[in-house]
Design a protein around this ligand. Structure first.
Ligand SMILES: Nc1ncnc2c1ncn2[C@@H]1O[C@H](COP(=O)(O)OP(=O)(O)OP(=O)(O)O)[C@@H](O)[C@H]1O
Ligand SMILES: [Mg+2]
Length: 448
């Protein structure tokens, strides 16, 4: 998103050439096979008279020295210019001698300037261009695409040229991000509100502070110049850990709502591919999209991905570790908002924990908290029979919020089925059913 693609295309156009994009993530991962496929792609570009633009070279296994050598050789022997696109931190199989151009990613003011310029060219009226730039961290290429799409839509719909295009541009930009995420993430639409959560005061304070940090990022980093002083990532990441049903996923939604951002839950099963190298590519897409858009990414049950690095015993372990290494590298440059949740804090690699801006423990609710949880889960509109004794429930049943939610819902269905208002007795029956379902004979053990 820093304009690498646009820059290369413009340079090639100067000399009357087109470009041919070669993404090594789509080629076989193993060094020799990748080199062979790459050679073919380069040759094809040559035949078409295009300047080849190679990306994804970091997908080659850095531990495979021989493979790295063959790739270097392939690139070296290509007759004609070759452009490589990579992240600044990537380690690539390249001979020394390549000209490197480091494009800093555009900051908000620069992006705003680009929007202004491009909108003027397209003669699109927008009242608040800066707001648009602040909301979508997209690079020049995407900005052009979005504008082109809006222009053609307006022509098609016969919109008056004086009509403000702000909301249309917002909509198309949001769609752009959503499309990129849709095959690996789920858009979570039901987001919790503050009044629905029951958590200890110190946990609430930490959540509020995290939200404030996200909203004041621009002021602190750009206006106050902290950007230049920071060597670590400007992204904001949180690790929520604690027993099941204590509100971790719920609070992720709350944070997104507070910030007016969309929440995308990453489907780890869809990301972790059996194809070596694919996982990394999927992850790269997630992080890029999260940086570019108005989204919070949620790695629910993150342990499967962020688990401790294993001792290398097989080649599978080695690749698993590669993914971890990739994640660590990527987190260091990540500029978006990400939340990880887990039940097993101990399973998360220490190196990840260190990189998190916030590590927050969600405790199992104590008795007082359970009273509040029961009360919070019965809607005001529900017909009730007399007063509930939540204190009695809280004392007798050590349940987390998740089970309390299940029990109230279940009780409501029991009552509806009997065509009676909801009463204490329904709650008790529902709790018994919950315990039984978990295979517990007594209704006293702690349920997590
Ligand atoms: N602290 C809480 N305050 C209010 N409601 C809660 C709280 N914790 C849990 N709940 C209720 O339980 C439901 C499930 O909670 P949630 O999915 O957030 O738990 P979790 O910590 O993510 O659990 P898991 O580790 O199993 O994913 C919530 O939708 C909410 O109804
Ligand atoms: Mg959860």
């Amino acid at each position: 998103g820093s304009g690498r693609h646009s820059l290369i295309a413009a340079l090639a156009a100067r000399v009357g050439r087109g470009i041919a994009c070669i993404d090594c993530h789509r080629l076989p991962r193993a060094g020799k096979l990748m080199a062979a496929a790459l050679r073919q792609e380069l040759f094809r570009a040559l035949l078409r008279g295009c300047v080849p633009v190679v990306s994804g070279l970091e997908a080659a296994d850095p531990a495979d020295a021989e493979g790295q050598d063959v790739i270097k050789q392939t690139l070296r022997s290509h007759p004609g210019p070759v452009c490589i696109r990579a992240a600044p931190e990537a380690s690539l199989p390249l001979d020394p001698g390549f000209v490197t151009a480091m494009l800093p990613s555009l900051n908000e003011s620069e992006r705003a300037a680009f929007w202004h310029e491009a909108l003027e060219r397209a003669a699109l009226p927008v009242a608040d261009v800066d707001a648009l730039a602040a909301r979508y961290r997209v690079g020049p290429g995407v900005i052009e695409q979005v504008i082109a799409q809006v222009v053609s839509r307006r022509n098609h719909e016969g919109v008056s040229p004086d009509d403000d295009a702000g909301s249309q541009l917002e909509e198309v930009s949001a769609q752009h991000i959503a499309t990129r995420l849709s095959h690996i993430a789920t858009h979570v639409r039901r987001l919790a509100r503050w009044e629905q959560v029951a958590l200890p005061e110190d946990v609430i304070d930490s959540i509020r502070e995290f939200v404030a940090r996200i909203s004041h990022r621009k002021t602190v980093y750009e206006k106050w110049g902290f950007d230049a002083k920071m060597t670590t990532s400007r992204g904001l990441t949180a690790l929520f850990y604690g027993p099941p049903g204590t509100g971790k996923s719920m609070v992720a939604g709350l944070i997104a709502r507070e910030l007016g951002l969309d929440l995308y839950r990453i489907d780890l099963a869809r990301i972790v591919s059996k194809w070596i190298g694919e996982t990394e590519k999927n992850l790269a897409e997630v992080f890029d999209a999260a940086e570019d858009g108005q989204v919070v990414i949620l790695f629910d049950e993150a342990d499967s991905l962020f688990a401790k690095r294993t001792e290398v015993k097989s080649s599978v372990d080695r690749y698993a570790n590669l993914e971890v290494n990739y994640l660590l590298q990527r987190l260091d440059t990540f500029e978006g908002v990400g939340i990880l949740t887990t039940n097993l804090e101990g399973s998360i690699d220490q190196a990840f924990k260190r990189r998190m801006s916030l590590r927050l423990h969600f405790p199992f609710p104590d008795e007082d908290m359970r009273v509040r949880l029961w009360a919070a889960h019965i809607p005001a509109e529900a017909p009730v029979a007399g007063d509930f004794d939540f204190l009695d429930l809280a004392r007798r049943f050590p349940l987390s919020g998740g089970y309390i939610r299940n029990s109230t819902l279940r009780a409501a269905f029991l009552a509806a089925q009997e065509n009676r208002p909801l009463g204490q007795e329904h709650l008790l029956r529902a709790i018994a059913l919950e315990y039984r379902e978990l295979g517990k004979l007594s209704t006293s053990g702690r349920m997590e």
